[in-house]
Design a protein around this ligand. Structure first.
Ligand code: FO1
Length: 328
């Protein structure tokens, strides 16, 4: 079975680990968000791609959810001793090696998709990880503070300000010119089902959906989403602050409406959100908290079962290429 998933950082990566264990024989392509990317100290940092790669490759700092396990921070301390800014964002020593390889390959002319493939050759994440675009995009957040109304990089808002200053607008700089990376549209076209993990609907999934042609390619496919909101609060992270910026309530119902029914065919919500409804969408309620690998796998299994059912009911003719028995 061919599965495509769109993913942000920690929540997406943990869900994908569950998906891999729920469908070990499937061919999974992950389209990763690169709107969080930032260039610091001359290094090109792709937090969401690395979080997926390290999580699935067994190198993640499990407690933190990002960066490398068994990490040290000598370079960060040395940079701080020189007064290098920003000091609100830090790279561990092991992680810096990844960034040196990425930055050097990009400088040599390799596109980000090729660089990601090269990095994954070491980590063997068990999925094909493709950045949403090889073209540079950056999520910026418009805030008003003592310096007036201005746009700051998403990482500054998220990491330095912990989303404590209201986001007045969230903009993906470069979205108009960004084309899907090679393989993105083909993977979607070839997919039997598409699963949207409980990633941030605005700055992770919403960002990927802004890349030209991606939403249009997804609409005819069987797409099942897992709600990132449980009982009015984000499962993790500060998705509510991002939803507020786009005028959307923090609820499983509102996020489903934000994605819309031409896109979503199935929507997995938590048991306390069982009343969620939208025409054209099959809603199912399940426990949605990812406590550990097993609970993540159970959620992934439920999403996959729903997706297979929906796809099978669309493909009932004898000429259909999709059969239930194909599922991995
Ligand atoms: N998050 C932090 O809260 N502080 C950091 O210093 C930090 C550094 C960092 C370095 C590499 C990386 O891949 C991720 C890093 N993150 C850090 C996490 C990350 O920037 C955000 O949580 C995501 O971008 C949101 O998905």
């Amino acid at each position: 079975m061919r599965i495509v998933s769109l993913a942000g950082g920690i929540g997406g990566a943990r869900f994908l680990r569950g998906l891999l264990s729920a469908a070990p024989d499937s061919e999974i392509t992950v389209i990763g968000n690169t709107g969080d990317d930032i260039t610091l100290y001359g290094l090109q940092i792709c937090p969401d791609l690395d979080t997926v790669m390290y999580t699935l490759g067994g190198g993640i700092d499990e407690e933190q959810g990002w960066g490398r396990q068994k990490e040290s921070h000598v370079v960060k301390e040395e940079l701080a001793a020189y007064g290098m800014e920003p000091q609100w964002f830090g790279l561990g020593d092991r992680d810096i090696a990844t960034h040196i390889v990425r930055t050097q390959m990009l400088a040599a002319g390799y596109p980000l998709s090729a660089v990601t493939e090269a990095l994954c050759a070491r980590w063997q994440p068990g999925v094909r990880l493709i950045p949403m675009s090889d073209d540079r995009t950056e999520t910026h957040v418009v805030v008003s503070d003592e310096r007036g109304r201005r746009a700051i990089h998403f990482q500054e808002w998220w990491v330095r300000l912990r989303a404590s200053v209201p986001a007045e607008q969230i903009i993906l700089v470069g979205a108009d010119a960004a084309r899907p990376a090679p393989g993105v549209l083909q993977a979607i076209a070839d997919a039997d089902v598409v699963i949207l993990p409980p990633s941030n609907p605005v700055v992770s999934i919403g960002t990927i959906l802004q890349i030209k042609g991606v939403r249009e390619a997804l609409e005819p496919k069987t797409v099942v989403g897992v709600s990132p909101i449980v009982g009015g609060a984000p499962v993790r992270g500060m998705a509510d602050a991002c939803l507020r910026a786009v005028g959307v309530e923090s609820s499983a119902q509102a996020v489903l409406e934000l994605y819309g029914s031409p896109l979503i065919d199935g929507w997995l919500v938590a048991e306390e959100d069982a009343g969620v409804r939208l025409d054209g969408v099959r809603v199912e309620a399940r426990p949605l908290i990812m406590y550990d690998a097993e609970s993540a796998a159970a959620i992934a299994r439920a999403a996959l079962t729903l997706a297979r059912d929906l796809a099978a009911s669309r493909n009932t003719g004898p000429q259909s290429a999709f059969r239930m028995g194909d599922a991995g």
